[in-house]
Ligand binder design. Sequence first.
Ligand code: PGA
Length: 252
Amino acid sequence: MRRPIIAGNWKMNLMPGQAVDLVEGLWADISGYDAVEVVVCPPCIDLPAVSECMRSGDIRIGLGAQSMHWEESGAFTGEVSPTMLLGLGVTHVIIGHSERRQLFGETDQGVNRKVKSALAHGLVPIMCVGETLKQREAGETEGTVTGQVNCGLFELGPQEISTVVLAYEPIWAIGTGKAATAQDAQAVIGVIRSVLGEQFGEQAAGSVRIQYGGSVKPDNISEIMAMPDIDGALVGGASLKADVFTRLVRFS
Ligand code: PGA
């Protein structure tokens, strides 16, 4: 059985004090609810405050970063390293979000290095893949997504990939209010799982959790989560309010 994982990607929003308020508000609503693994991914600058509030308040929610470099230290202006994240109690890291790929030039090769580094440091990578509207309209969705999965997981073994969380996020659905239909999301995620099966064997492929992301809201989460291959959601806008995110976590 794959335990669903719902992660909030706060992107470049919320100051440290606001981030702490949100985590405390969320925990007040979901503590004791274990059906779903919950992760929040605040901006880096908020991580120390959120980490401290989780520690002192015994708040058992996963703490994720939104990106990282693959090296532990060095001349990489503006970056944070896996060891720095570990030092703050971070457990998960989003890798290869489409905004990183499109706006900051991240490549499949870089994504692969980061996934390997995250795994080597005991962080759970949430590796994002997804097609543009143009690619979808040209019938290139499967090819694009399959290529991103294969490159991102290049040279990993079955054992390692069972730890990886994948997030299928069609770019045209992110922040637009136009989510993919549950059936369309299932179709692509089903393809991803069969690609994993060919590469890593059925057992490993069956254990990888694959999220859907892109305009997930309280009114579409149940339909999405009812799909056989969808094991959670990566949520942007709807993760910024405790009451709304709580409704996602308690979808069932
Ligand atoms: P959204 O963002 O939920 O606001 O569409 C999803 C994401 O970018 O991870």
